[in-house]
Every structure is written in structure tokens, then in C-alpha cells.
Design a protein around this ligand. Structure first.
Ligand code: HEM
Length: 437
């Protein structure tokens, strides 16, 4: 194959204009670029610089399943190391990543995840009970309340009311930081209580304090770590030398799970309702299937979840950095280049899905959808560790809400997708009106 000498072509717009378009209108901007430049093109995005965007399934599969020697996730995620810590899976690649990931896997296997089903459904019902009726509400913050509660109880296993109350206030501040802190590392310096870095450091210290209190409590607990929650599972694991995880590792893993698990799942559930209220036939069938199903998990619930993850994959792009000079799609890509692998483009490609823009959950029941091109949780060594957990949460929360509430759109126009950090969110926060059934 001929190797072109420069980076792939891409839009000539100023970097700031490309940045604004890729945040406010990511799907249609990327579609326009693809239509003009093909499946591999270069965008210029502030503050990263040149980003090679890929929407060819073969290239994506090769990069995602590679061993991390050339295309690394750790480098691509380094911007959040100051939040999640250096032991986080998000910072690692290669052998070290595989070793740590193996240690983290047991609490995320099917049987362990199923243990949380009952409490998850109850948390959803308890939260939804307080939703105001008869006027427009944004579902996104309400779904975030539900998933935060689930993370605190099922993942952290916290029961102490003061700690729960503390995290309820602090976690949103930790995760919704001032974007300037993320973009400009010098701003992270603690220059006193009123500086952005000082405020952030205070929140982080408070969250870490609560996590360490919880870890200490478990270590002191003479009954041992027999809880059902993920933290108990992590405290039980031993590495290949028989050593338990250090407090610092436990903290980094818990904050990572919170950072990547809570908003992704909440946003997916918001998109599910954003789509459902605009597709009354699908909502009606879902309601009937839930009411009449003889199993705990009607197939149609999964089909609705999957169809939403297909059209609105909350992680729309998987990021890697090339750590040596290499080739991508016949182009020379220099070391240090950021690569964005577009899940949303694959999911909406007419080559892979018939009538790709149509919201039609049935496509997941009639065998039309090939497993290899449905990638909402990524693939390869970095595939989402919490995929089963996220699916379990959505399978419990969505039917509970559908069964207990009537939901309609607050406005007829569909919500567009925009980027909030790395997550594809509905532009009006999934605005609906609910009433009790
Ligand atoms: C609908 C919800 C979710 C979606 C769509 C999602 C999607 C993803 C994707 C696409 C990746 C791969 C990133 C890459 O290859 O670089 C990923 C990684 C990850 N996810 Fe999820 N996720 C969800 C929920 C969760 C939950 C609930 C948890 C944990 C409780 C979780 C934990 C993780 C972790 C730890 C990784 C890093 C894995 C590694 O690098 O080995 N995710 N997720």
C-alpha cells in the first residue's frame, strides 16, 4: 500500500471553530467531514492539536485489539490522571494493565453483578418517587442521582449516612470540575482557598477522606470483608504475590469506577427516554412487554437499551495516542498523535445497519445486527470493565420507571447530541413531563 507522507486531510476551518463544532454538534460535524474526506481525516481541536479521526471498522478493530505497544490508552487519558490517580486502569497499557485488570475483574462478573439487582431497582423507585409531576423536568440530573446512589451503595458499599450525604454533595463537584482546570494544568496548583486549584484540591481531599474512612472501617471490621459490594470484592483480591491492594490503589480504583461508571450510565438512561418519548409505538410495546413478561428480563428491554446505545453511544469516540511513528489507513502518523476511533460513525453507517438513523429496537431481535460492529462498550483489552454492571443497572431502572410513570416529551423537537467532557449528552438534558400511573 502507498503511504501518504503527511497526516490525512481534514477541514481547513480554524482550530477554535472545529473545537466548537465538535463539542456543540459532534455527530453532524463528523458526518460532514467524513462525507468530504473519507473514513480517515484530521481535525484540529483545542487544546490537543491534531486528532486523526477514524471510522473504518477494520482499522478501528486493529487498533482497539492491539497490545498497547503502539496505540496507548494511558497517554490518551493522561489529562485526568490528577483525578483518578496513577494506579487507575485508565492510565495503564500492556502487561501492567492486564495484571491490574485481572485483579479488578471478579466483582464485575455476572454472578457478582446479579447480586445488586434488587437494591438497584429499589434505589430507582425511591428516587423517582420524588420527581415533580405535570411540569417539564430534566431527566439527566435525576438519572445522575440514581446512578450516584447505586455507585455509593453497590460499588462502595457505604451505609453510613454522614458519608453518603458527604459524597452526594462532593462527587458532582469532583466530576463537574471547572473545564479550565482540565485544560490548563498550571491552574490545578493550589494557590489558596479561592483559586480554582485550591477549590478543586479541597473537594478532592474531602472525597479521598471519605473513601479512606470507609477503607479503614473495612480493615478494622473483625467480621472480615464479606459484603456484597465491589469494594469488599476488591479488598479480598490478592496479587500474584498474595499481597492485597494498597489503600492508594483501592482509592484510585474506586474514583475511576465513579468517574467512568456513574455519568455514562445516567446519560445512557436519559437518552433511552429521550428516544422513547419520541417513538410512542416503541414505548407502548416496551410497556406491554414489561407488564406481560414472565421473566425478569424481557428481551425487548435489552433491544431498547441496545438500540439507544447504537444511535447515541455515550462514549462516541475511543481515544488512543500513537507512541511511535506509525501508519493509519495508509497515512503516516507521527509519534504523539491523538487518534479518535469513532464508535458513533460505525453505529450509524449504512454499510453496517439498514436505515441506520431509524430508532428500531427490533433490529436487535431479528438477528440483523452483527455483534462485531456494535461497540458501545469498546473492545479488546480496554473493553468496558463495567459493561455487565451498566447493563444490569439499565435493565432494572428503565422498566421500573416505565412501569411506575407515564412519560411524555416536554417539547416535540428531538434533542441534539453535544459533548460534555467525553460523554455524548442530550442538549436539553432529556426534558420530559411525568405523571404517576
Ligand atoms: C452505559 C454505560 C457505559 C458505557 C457506554 C461505557 C463505555 C465504555 C467504553 C467505550 C470503554 C472503553 C474505553 C477504551 O477503550 O479506551 C469503557 C472503559 C471502562 N469502563 Fe465503561 N461504560 C459504561 C459504564 C461503566 C460502568 C458502570 C463502569 C463501572 C462501574 C465502567 C467501568 C469502566 C472501566 C474501569 C473502563 C476502563 C477499562 C480498561 O481500560 O481496562 N463503565 N467504558
Amino acid at each position: 500500500m502507498m503511504v501518504a507522507t503527511g497526516l490525512p486531510p481534514g477541514p481547513a476551518l480554524p482550530a477554535m471553530a472545529q473545537t466548537i463544532l465538535s463539542v456543540t454538534n459532534p455527530l453532524s460535524f463528523a458526518d460532514r467531514c467524513r462525507a468530504k474526506y473519507g473514513d480517515v481525516f484530521t481535525m484540529r481541536v483545542f487544546p490537543v492539536g491534531q486528532v486523526v479521526c477514524v471510522s473504518d471498522i477494520g482499522i478501528i478493530r486493529d487498533i482497539v485489539t492491539s497490545d498497547g505497544s503502539v496505540f496507548r490508552a494511558g497517554e490518551a487519558n493522561s489529562v485526568i490522571e490528577f483525578v483518578v490517580g496513577r494506579n487507575s486502569l485508565l492510565m495503564l497499557d500492556g502487561g501492567e494493565h492486564i495484571r491490574r485488570r485481572r485483579v479488578l475483574l471478579p466483582p464485575f462478573r455476572g454472578a457478582s453483578v446479579r447480586g445488586h439487582q434488587r437494591s438497584v431497582g429499589q434505589i430507582a423507585a425511591d428516587c423517582a418517587r420524588w420527581w415533580p409531576v405535570g411540569r417539564p423536568i430534566r431527566l439527566l440530573p435525576r438519572m445522575q442521582e440514581i446512578t450516584l446512589e447505586i455507585m455509593m451503595r453497590s460499588v462502595f458499599g457505604i451505609t453510613d449516612l454522614a458519608r453518603l450525604a458527604g459524597l452526594r454533595t462532593l462527587v458532582p463537584q469532583l466530576l463537574h470540575m471547572n473545564p479550565a482546570i482540565m485544560l490548563f494544568p498550571p491552574l490545578r496548583r493550589d494557590l489558596g482557598p479561592r483559586s480554582p486549584g485550591g477549590r478543586y484540591a479541597r473537594v478532592k481531599r474531602a472525597v479521598d477522606g471519605i473513601i479512606h474512612q470507609e477503607i479503614d472501617r473495612r480493615r478494622r471490621d473483625t467480621a472480615g470483608t464479606t459484603g456484597e459490594d465491589v469494594l469488599s470484592g476488591l479488598m479480598d483480591v490478592r496479587d500474584e504475590h498474595g499481597a492485597p491492594l494498597s489503600d492508594e490503589e483501592l482509592r484510585d480504583h474506586l474514583v475511576t469506577l465513579l468517574a467512568v461508571g456513574h455519568e455514562t450510565t445516567a446519560t445512557s438512561m436519559s437518552w433511552i427516554f429521550e428516544r422513547l418519548v419520541r417513538h410512542p409505538r416503541v414505548l407502548a410495546r416496551l410497556r406491554t412487554e414489561i407488564a406481560e413478561s414472565t421473566t425478569d428480563e424481557p428481551e425487548y428491554v435489552d433491544a431498547v437499551i441496545n438500540e439507544t446505545l447504537r444511535l447515541r453511544p455515550v462514549v462516541s469516540d475511543i481515544a488512543r495516542v500513537a507512541t511511535t511513528d506509525t501508519r493509519v489507513g495508509g497515512y503516516h502518523v507521527p509519534r504523539g498523535t491523538m487518534i479518535a476511533l469513532s464508535i458513533s460513525a460505525i453505529h450509524r453507517s449504512p454499510d453496517q445497519f439498514s436505515a441506520p438513523e431509524a430508532f428500531r429496537p427490533e433490529r436487535f431481535l431479528d438477528g440483523e445486527t452483527a455483534h462485531e460492529v456494535f461497540l458501545p462498550f469498546g473492545g479488546g483489552p480496554h473493553r468496558c470493565l463495567g459493561a455487565s454492571f451498566a447493563m444490569m443497572v439499565m435493565r432494572r431502572v428503565v422498566p421500573r420507571i416505565v412501569a411506575e410513570l407515564d412519560i411524555r416529551a416536554a417539547r416535540p423537537e428531538p434533542e441534539s447530541a453535544r459533548l460534555t467532557g467525553p460523554v455524548l449528552t442530550p442538549s436539553r438534558g432529556a426534558e420530559v413531563v411525568v405523571s404517576r400511573r
